[in-house]
Design a protein around this ligand. Structure first.
Ligand code: UN1
Length: 495
């Protein structure tokens, strides 16, 4: 139906074809439809991209912050202009719904606008000194060349929230996006190019995961920002430690929604459905565990299961679709395997639990929205392991304390959603729930650009992202003790 776009890499302001292995990005709803195709970048391209960023970094860091920032709102205008077209491409390439795809392009624009105004914000700090006629300044400087490695699930928003602060704080970037979503990476790069970003300041390489390792191990790379799986994040963090390179890694989540007995159950049902099944559950902030007060559990779970069963699952490009496919065949296989394991370990099936077999969906990577209740099966792996799909595991809690303990029963601590109308319980939840992001009466996913994003416990490593936190990663500080000479004082003789 639509033609496949030819993939290209971008180094030193020039687009070029790779000479590595073949790369094709397909529509996960119809895998015989190719969305984009080309050749991967190879090791020589990594060298060129890092050299290009290295050559550009000094000039960019010395460009006034307002001038650097000004590129971003110009790119935001381009993203807004193309949000319909690129949002459709995103839905075709990643599998989230059209509304989510178009919303994500606009979200990238919003992130660019936020960081575009960075020059207007407080930057450096001044401290008083214990000595006379001295001031102490803490000034911020760019790291230099940063590697950015991004996941498939937010093909444009996550890159935007890493690249925008990297650029606005004066870094040059080499970016390796997930190879399942290379087309959207080209689109974001085009928006920055058209907005006048100087050559070499952003370089894009499409290719295998080994590029991420090559970046973190490269002597000219000064930092790496990563979002993706826990396994890859820890490997990169270990390599970063070996090379003394700062890293920011956003990794797993096993986020709980906690529905207390006094909750607005209608609101909780709607929000748990969104948290668990939007983007087919492929968000690190998705709700994958549900803890519900046992006094309301029967009714709540019956209503939730009915809603899950009636979600419209189909082609993401169809505006009536509420949930699309998973991103790839291997992703579908691993979700189906996880569900089977849970059922074998004694979980009860409240909704879903199957791939689709009708002609419209059998070839695509679809899995039904699934709810599993772990009544006796409290040790099922699905309670602990991140599946990254539309699978919600449920446990009942006899009290609020038990509910909070169950929510904290995870090595991860990215986000949580607490449903209660009792302010005392909400305040208790703020203290007790060990997470980086807590939503009270809204779904566990979602993040605004002006506030910190990131997890507690093993969900994140290194400084948080977004808002004012981003500068903790993308800059280092120089503490300056500034004194005048001995020559004169205003009140001294001859002054
Ligand atoms: C969101 O909740 O809208 O990889 C964003 C992820 C997160 C981003 C979540 N880093 O899913």
């Amino acid at each position: 139906m639509t033609t496949s776009v030819e993939l290209q890499h971008y180094v030193s302001g020039t687009w070029f074809q790779g000479d590595g292995g073949i790369i094709t990005s397909v529509n996960p709803a119809r895998p015989d439809e190719t969305v984009a195709h080309g050749l991967q970048a190879g090791p020589a391209d990594v060298e060129r991209a890092v050299a290009s960023a290295d050559a550009a970094k000094h000039g960019w860091a010395r460009t006034p912050a307002h001038e650097r920032g000004a590129v971003l709102p110009r790119s935001a205008v381009i993203l807004e202009q193309y949000s319909q077209v690129w949002g459709l491409e995103l839905a075709r390439e990643e599998g989230k719904t059209l509304a989510e795809g178009q919303g994500e392009v606009l979200r990238a624009a919003q992130i660019f606008r936020y960081y575009g105004n960075n020059g207007d914000r407080e930057a450096d700090a001044v401290y008083s000194s214990p000595r006379r006629r001295e001031k102490i300044f803490v000034i911020r400087k760019a790291l230099g060349v940063v590697g950015v490695v991004t996941p498939f699930n937010f093909p444009i928003a996550i890159p935007a929230w890493k690249i925008a602060p990297a650029l606005t704080y004066g870094n040059a970037v080499v970016w390796k996006p997930a190879s399942t979503v290379p087309l959207l990476a080209m689109r974001l790069t085009q928006a920055l190019e058209e907005a006048g970003l100087p050559d070499g300041v952003l370089n894009l390489l499409i290719g295998p995961g080994s590029i991420g390792t090559a970046l973190v191990e490269h002597p000219a790379v000064d930092g790496l920002s990563f979002t993706g799986s826990t396994g890859v994040g820890r490997t990169l963090a270990a390599a970063a430690a070996r090379h003394g390179v700062p890293i920011q890694a956003e990794m797993g989540g096993k986020n709980a929604a906690i529905v207390l007995a006094d909750a607005d159950l209608e609101l909780a049902t709607e929000q748990v459905i969104l948290g668990a099944f939007r983007s087919s559950g492929q968000k690190c902030t998705a709700t994958s565990r549900l803890i519900v007060a046992d006094t309301v559990a029967d009714d709540f779970l019956a209503g939730l299961a009915a809603k899950a069963q009636f979600l419209i699952v189909g082609d993401p490009a169809d505006p009536s679709t509420e949930m699309g496919p998973l991103v790839s065949g291997p992703a579908r296989t691993s979700i189906l395997r996880g569900m089977d394991a849970a059922l074998n370990q004694g979980a009860g099936l409240l909704a879903g639990g199957f791939p689709y077999e009708d002609t419209a969906r059998a070839a695509g990577y679809f899995v039904a929205p699934t709810i599993l209740e772990l009544r006796e099966a409290t040790h099922a792996d699905v309670w602990r392991d991140e599946l990254f799909g539309p699978v919600l595991s449920v446990r009942r809690a006899a009290s609020t304390t038990v509910a909070f303990d169950l929510a904290n029963d995870s090595e991860f601590g990215l986000s949580a959603a607490l449903f209660t109308q009792d302010v005392t319980l909400a305040l208790e939840g703020m203290d007790e729930l060990d997470v980086g992001i807590l939503h009270v009466n809204s779904e566990s996913a979602g993040a605004d650009p002006h506030v910190p994003f990131g997890g507690a416990k093993k969900s994140g490593y290194g400084p948080k992202e977004q808002g004012q936190s981003a500068k903790e990663f993308y800059t280092h500080t120089t503490t300056v003790y500034l004194q005048g000479g001995r020559r004169s004082s205003l009140r001294g003789a001859g002054a």
